[in-house]
Write a protein that binds this ligand. Structure first.
Ligand code: SF4
Length: 324
């Protein structure tokens, strides 16, 4: 390619795709849904095109003034994928790069094309998952998931976030985990994790760890909201351990046991505090979880309180004290 994208030929692209298949990859992200007709729809966006592969394709298309070869040669790619049992990840080159651009005509036009390509790939007996955005306002998340399901006949949808605000630079594992949990709840099949370094630089191992934990939380919250059988078991077990002040079990059941213990031990490091019926938050005298209200304590209370005002409550109290 002589160091320049413009010199790439259609056959170069297909050759590289086949080479990846020969190396044994299970899927490849192919941005075949980006058409030259979609490009004018990008006008008016705040952040244009933010997909790396999308940017390369646009350069190529505008230089040659030709349709996207990944689209025109899609059936050839399907045949390669079928030969090597490789799946499609249909990439969204026109995904919005900011909240201002979400759910716009450019994004939805490409999604429509991705829906058609999904069905074409299925005809070749090749599996498909479809890539989704990126930056999406909270109130647009359900719409985006439903639209993808409708256009792509419920092919597995995976999303990059969604980031629900653009001002969280260095906290985008959080801004995106919020959207990811909602997308998961509404039916997204896979969540692509985001690290705190998103938009700022290449993540280091600690950033990756932070991103992964944030996404484990998002996916788990979505599973609970979708009432998946057994999804909440670990939560209930941890809550019981918490209520029983079983600190070691609480750490063990947490998603990040090491950090849970480290945070606890920052203020109460001695071993004896692993049996303590409080932590440093409310202290030994005011920990409300020490007040163990049993079912027996509140037995008959509902009946006794029915329709009573403050004065009558005093009378109820005297009655109860007399009985005890
Ligand atoms: S002290 Fe407060 S934060 Fe700590 S265990 Fe008790 S209720 Fe929870």
């Amino acid at each position: 390619m002589h160091g320049s994208i413009e010199y790439l030929t259609e056959d170069d692209f297909l050759h590289i795709i086949e080479k990846h298949c020969q190396q044994g990859v299970d899927y490849q992200t192919i941005h075949a849904g980006l058409l030259i007709e979609h490009l004018p729809k990008v006008k008016g966006r705040l952040t244009g095109i933010v997909s790396r592969r999308g940017g390369i394709l646009v350069q190529w298309m505008l230089y040659h003034f030709k349709q996207n070869h990944l689209y025109t040669r899609f059936d050839d790619i399907c045949e390669i994928f079928k030969r090597y049992d490789c799946s499609f990840s249909l990439g969204d080159a026109l995904r919005p790069g900011c909240l201002h651009d979400d759910s716009d005509d450019a994004q939805l036009s490409e999604l429509k094309t991705l829906g058609k390509l999904t069905k074409r790939a299925w005809k070749h007996d090749v599996q498909v998952m479809v890539e989704g955005p990126g930056h999406v306002k909270m109130d647009q998340i359900e719409f985006n998931v439903r639209k993808q399901m409708e256009e792509c006949d419920e092919a597995s949808f995976y999303v990059l976030g969604h980031l629900v605000t653009d001002i969280g630079a260095d906290y985008d594992h959080i801004t995106s985990a919020i959207g990811a949990s909602m997308a998961g709840w509404h039916g997204t099949a896979m969540l692509c994790y985001v690290t705190p370094k998103e938009h700022l630089g290449l993540p280091n191992p600690e950033d990756v760890r932070e991103g992964l934990i944030a996404y484990k939380i998002a996916a788990h919250a979505a599973d609970i909201a979708r009432h998946r059988p057994g999804a909440r078991d670990r939560d209930d077990e941890l809550s019981s351990a918490r209520y029983a002040f079983d600190w070691n079990k609480q750490f063990e059941l947490s998603l990040d046991p090491e950090r849970a213990k480290q945070y606890h031990d920052e203020t109460l490091p001695a071993d004896i505090y692993k049996q303590a019926e409080f932590c440093s938050m409310c202290g030994p005298k005011h920990c409300p979880m020490q007040t163990k209200i049993t079912d027996k304590d509140i037995e008959g209370l509902e009946e006794a309180l029915k329709g009573k005002g403050a004065a009558e409550l005093m009378a109820v109290k005297s009655d109860r004290d007399r009985v005890e």
